[in-house]
Design a protein around this ligand. Structure first.
Ligand code: AMP
Length: 280
């Protein structure tokens, strides 16, 4: 496995790859867990070559967010990726990815005023910026994204479609801890009590899915959210939404809908966690 830290080295590697081979890309910010590993395994089974990128992208963090604290463990990550059979890691320096000032900004229309795009101003723009750069530099045939960041996946898929990018954007299922908590590099921030109460997100989604028959309109589900919050005093709810899972538009009536997805974001102390679940 090659570990490439500069654009020059990466492009030399990329240009040496036989053009008939299919390339899968798994973009990550590192601190790899089983969620990332599942994306890598899928890419390896679909493609001839798998490239993972590891880059903690500064432009997708807000000024008050955890860019500085974000866990960085390239050596450990490299060992994991090597043992899985990844062909190359692209782990560039920020100064090479963003050498000049930022003239180009993405603006996300309809999908940009809800969920994380609303709670984290500038976040999705930063994600689109780095994914664009990675697509241009790495030129993958397929790129793999986890449905844990569901809105991110929808927006990236839409970008690839609207901009006629020659890349297939592949969604992958959410990988969870044994008790149901969605795996996340940020889970390491949780103290033991926060870790227990972090189960709020999964428990809530699960309960809504099981008890959906009780409700005829999505607003009624709020009662259940409030009820659950009483049992999790450390949880500070950021958002809860039930949306159409294709277009991410609000849905009023539940009857006869089979493409609903519930989305939740919450703080445990300083740590912000997200999760979502299909209600079908
Ligand atoms: P990150 O390193 O957090 O930027 O995540 C890199 C990729 O891994 C993104 O496509 C995430 O959606 C995906 N991912 C993160 N956590 C999980 C998980 N628990 N299950 C599946 N995919 C995940």
């Amino acid at each position: 496995m090659q570990i490439l830290h500069t654009l020059g080295d990466f492009l030399a590697y990329r240009n040496s790859v036989n053009p008939t081979l299919k390339i899968g890309l798994v973009p990550t910010m590192g601190a790899l867990h089983q969620g990332h590993i599942s994306l890598v395994q899928r890419s390896i089974s679909d493609n001839d070559i798998t490239i993972a990128s590891i880059f903690v992208n500064p432009t997708q963090f807000g000024p008050e967010e955890d860019f500085e604290e974000y866990p960085r463990q390239l050596e450990e990550d490299s060992k994991k990726l090597d043992s899985l059979g990844v062909n190359a890691i692209f782990a560039p320096q920020t100064s090479e990815i963003y050498p000049d000032s930022n003239f180009i900004q993405f603006r996300i229309q309809d999908l940009g005023d809800r969920l994380d795009a609303r709670s984290r101003p500038g976040h999705m723009q930063g994600v689109l910026q780095i994914v664009n750069i990675l697509f241009n530099v790495i030129r993958p045939d397929r790129a793999y994204f986890g449905m844990k960041d569901y809105q991110q996946f929808i927006i990236i898929r839409q970008m690839a479609k609207e901009l006629h990018m020659p890349v297939e954007v592949v969604p992958c299922p959410i990988i969870r801890e044994e008790d149901g908590l969605a795996m996340s590099s940020r889970n390491v921030y949780l103290n033991p009590e926060e870790r227990k109460q972090a189960l709020f997100l999964y428990q809530l989604l699960n309960r809504i899915r099981q008890e959906l028959y009780r409700f005829s309109e999505t607003v009624e589900i709020r009662v259940l959210v409030e009820e659950m919050l009483d049992y999790y005093p450390l949880v500070k709810l950021d958002y809860f939404e039930v949306l159409d899972e294709e277009r991410l538009t609000p849905v009023k009536s539940i009857n006869n809908r089979d493409n609903l997805r519930a989305f939740v974001a919450a703080y445990l102390g300083e740590t912000r966690l997200i999760d979502n679940m299909s209600l079908n």
